[in-house]
Write a protein that binds this ligand. Structure first.
Ligand code: MF3
Ligand code: CO
Ligand code: CO
Length: 261
């Protein structure tokens, strides 16, 4: 199976889907406060997608996933299941990951929120994870490879004493939620064979751990946590390769590239 090259018509649909996904994060941001449950946040996002946007929440019932978003707190790496009994508290770091379908195409994005004041190392982890996303994206242009993307991410994470999760990765995206290629975030040699071409669309979504890279799947068969129970942070964008570089479909209001000084 080859990596699909999207037509101009498909790219336009993905631009719209990506924007709608970003709008969900902009909408939910003011609700991310100490005391709110992740179940409530999920409900607000679900209602917004379905009733305001007319989008389909892609995660709902995806391989049986039971919610319209993934909400992953502190040592949860990804795929946290929203829960009415799980309330945010001051000092938490939390990833909210949303994927919408509009007109048959997917937009997938996630970001970190800091609840109240968080510990300096937690704040730093969130910042570095975001820098990793942007340093990876900056590598995207025709003839570059996914090895370039992954190397930039791994280098920056490790230079800061953090580690990169290996078991989960970014992905091609389009009419299907998860398409080829697998966008690994660590410098695996086989990524040198994945040469970027205009019209490819994929996500970059590095998961960066404060401690060791190892993860563990909980008994619910979804929630992924760090083995050492230390914090993990993740940011995600959906982007296309263009003739000259890249176009990000999931930019939020006023979002700027966030590169290390
Ligand atoms: N949005 C996640 C991603 O970035 C996938 C979540 S799949 C689910 O690829 F089933 F866990 F919701
Ligand atoms: Co994704
Ligand atoms: Co996602």
């Amino acid at each position: 199976m080859a990596i699909k090259i999207k037509t101009a018509e498909e790219i336009e649909k993905m631009r719209i889907a990506g924007q709608l996904a970003a709008n969900v994060l902009d909408m939910i941001a003011p609700h991310v406060q100490a005391g709110v449950s992740t179940g409530e946040l999920n409900r607000i996002m679900h209602d917004y997608m379905v009733n305001v946007q007319g989008t389909v929440p892609a995660t709902l019932n995806y391989h049986g996933f039971p919610a319209s978003s993934c909400i992953s707190i502190n040592h949860v790496v990804c795929h946290g299941i929203p829960d009415d009994n799980k309330k945010l508290k001051k000092g938490d770091i939390v990833n909210i990951d949303v994927t919408v379908i509009k007109d048959g195409y997917h937009g997938d994005t996630s970001m970190m929120f800091e609840v109240g004041e968080v510990k300096p190392f937690a704040h730093r982890l969130c910042d570095v994870a975001r820098e990793c996303l942007w340093l990876g994206i900056e590598q995207v242009k025709p003839q570059a490879t996914l090895f370039d993307v992954a190397s930039a991410i791994q280098k920056h994470a490790e230079a800061n004493g953090f580690s990169v999760v290996r078991e989960y990765c970014g992905h091609g995206i389009g009419a299907d939620f998860h398409e080829e290629p697998q966008v690994l975030h660590y410098a695996a040699q086989e990524l040198k064979n994945i040469v970027l071409k205009p019209g490819m669309v994929f996500t970059v979504e590095p998961m960066i751990n404060l401690g060791k890279a190892d993860v563990k799947l909980l008994g619910d068969n979804w929630t992924v946590i760090t083995k050492d129970r230390k914090l993990s942070a993740q940011w995600e964008h959906t982007l296309a390769v263009t003739e000259t570089g890249y176009e990000i479909f999931t930019l939020r209001q006023g979002e700027m590239p966030f590169l290390p000084r």
